[in-house]
Structures are given as structure tokens and as C-alpha cells.
Design a protein around this ligand. Structure first.
Ligand SMILES: Cc1cc2nc3c(=O)[nH]c(=O)nc-3n(C[C@H](O)[C@H](O)[C@H](O)COP(=O)(O)O)c2cc1C
Length: 181
């Protein structure tokens, strides 16, 4: 299993690295991982106008077992259904909140965010509207809880085949044991 991500301002990457550390598997951006093509992977991608960036490419290159959408909207069943529809994706989907770093965005993207902020405000979500307008970080490792529960079940079901990292670890444990005797 691999963790693959596509991230524009760093939030999807942050979640991907948190998850990979807990899963003890390798983590790559979708464009750096072509040498691992064909492997089973979970994908983390940021949301732009309901599109999960990089998901199509990741699905062409890897056997995607689950996807985590990193956006600004809080998780809801309705959000996941909308994202699945907008991305033509019917697999397992989780949604977590990232953040907005306006300094890393171009003029056009900042203007688009202003429009998103105005629409959130008109729907009565003033707190989120302010974060989108001024920037802010809503990411937290705790939001990966549902994903980690899924991963535990997946690894049990699939016999938790050792990953390259785990193989390396058990080899070094063996070597260490040899030194001691
Ligand atoms: C132009 C633009 C459009 C966005 N559209 C959405 C959206 O439709 N839904 C959403 O939840 N978040 C949306 N966001 C928020 C981003 O998904 C959020 O900032 C995310 O944390 C970015 O992740 P990244 O740093 O990995 O790119 C949008 C952000 C920008 C800049």
C-alpha cells in the first residue's frame, strides 16, 4: 500500500504524511510515484470547485482503495455524495478540512475564493466565510479517525502484507538480534 497525494498549498500533503506515518507506508506526490505504478494506494487530493485535484490521474496509475478529499467544508454525508458525483467516483471517500493560505494562491484563485466566501456568508456560515476570505488553518490529525478505522479493517481483511518499509524494519531488527548473540 502507498499513500499518494496532490496538493496545491500543502494541506492535502500534510494529511497524506500524517496518514502514511500512522500506516507505516511510503508517501509520494502523484507525479513522483510513477515508478510504483500499478500498486494499491490511498489518495489525498485538495478540492477546487468540487473537483478532487489529481484523482483522475491517480486512478489511471494506481489501484486506488480509498480517497480523502481535503477541502474547506466540514464533513457531511451530503458533501461526500456531491463530491462523488462531481468526480465520477464511486469508491470509498472521506472528507477532511484543510485550510486557506492566501499567500500561496494567485490573483485569480484569490478572487474565486472571495466568491466562495460571499456565498458561504449568504448561507449564514460567517465563520467559514471569514476563513476563506482572510485565510486560516482548520487541519487536525484527529480528522483522520474514520480513515484510520477503515485502514485497520482493510489491513486485517487483506492479511496486512508487509510493505517495503516494514520489511526493512524487520531486517534491521533481525540484524540487531544477530549482533547481540
Ligand atoms: C479556487 C479555490 C476553489 C476552492 N473550492 C473548494 C470547494 O469547492 N470545496 C471545498 O471544500 N474547498 C474548496 N477550496 C478550499 C481548498 O480545498 C482548501 O483550501 C484545501 O485545504 C487546499 O488544499 P491544498 O493546500 O492541498 O491545495 C477551494 C480553494 C480554492 C483556492
Amino acid at each position: 500500500m502507498l499513500v499518494i497525494y496532490q496538493s496545491e498549498t500543502g494541506y492535502a500533503e500534510r494529511y497524506a504524511r500524517w496518514a502514511a506515518a500512522r500506516m507505516n507506508v511510503d508517501c509520494f506526490s502523484v507525479s513522483d510515484a510513477s515508478w510504483r505504478k500499478g500498486e494499491e494506494a490511498v489518495f489525498f487530493g485538495s478540492v477546487r470547485a468540487d473537483k478532487i485535484r489529481g484523482l483522475k490521474k491517480a486512478r489511471r496509475r494506481f489501484r486506488i482503495q480509498a480517497t480523502v478529499a481535503v477541502g474547506i467544508c466540514p464533513y457531511s454525508e451530503g458533501l461526500c455524495e456531491r463530491l462523488k458525483k462531481a468526480n465520477g467516483y464511486d469508491g470509498i471517500l472521506f472528507a477532511v478540512q484543510g485550510g486557506v493560505d492566501r499567500n500561496k494562491l494567485g490573483w485569480m484563485q484569490r478572487r474565486l475564493l472571495d466568491a466562495v466566501s460571499a456565498s458561504l456568508k449568504s448561507r449564514g456560515d460567517e465563520d467559514l466565510a471569514q476563513i476563506v476570505r482572510e485565510g486560516g488553518d482548520l487541519s487536525s490529525e484527529n480528522q483522520l479517525l474514520n480513515f484510520m478505522v477503515w485502514w485497520q479493517a482493510w489491513s486485517i481483511q487483506h492479511g496486512a502484507a508487509p510493505t517495503p518499509k516494514e520489511k526493512k524494519t524487520s531486517a534491521s531488527v533481525r540484524n540487531h538480534g544477530a549482533e547481540e548473540t
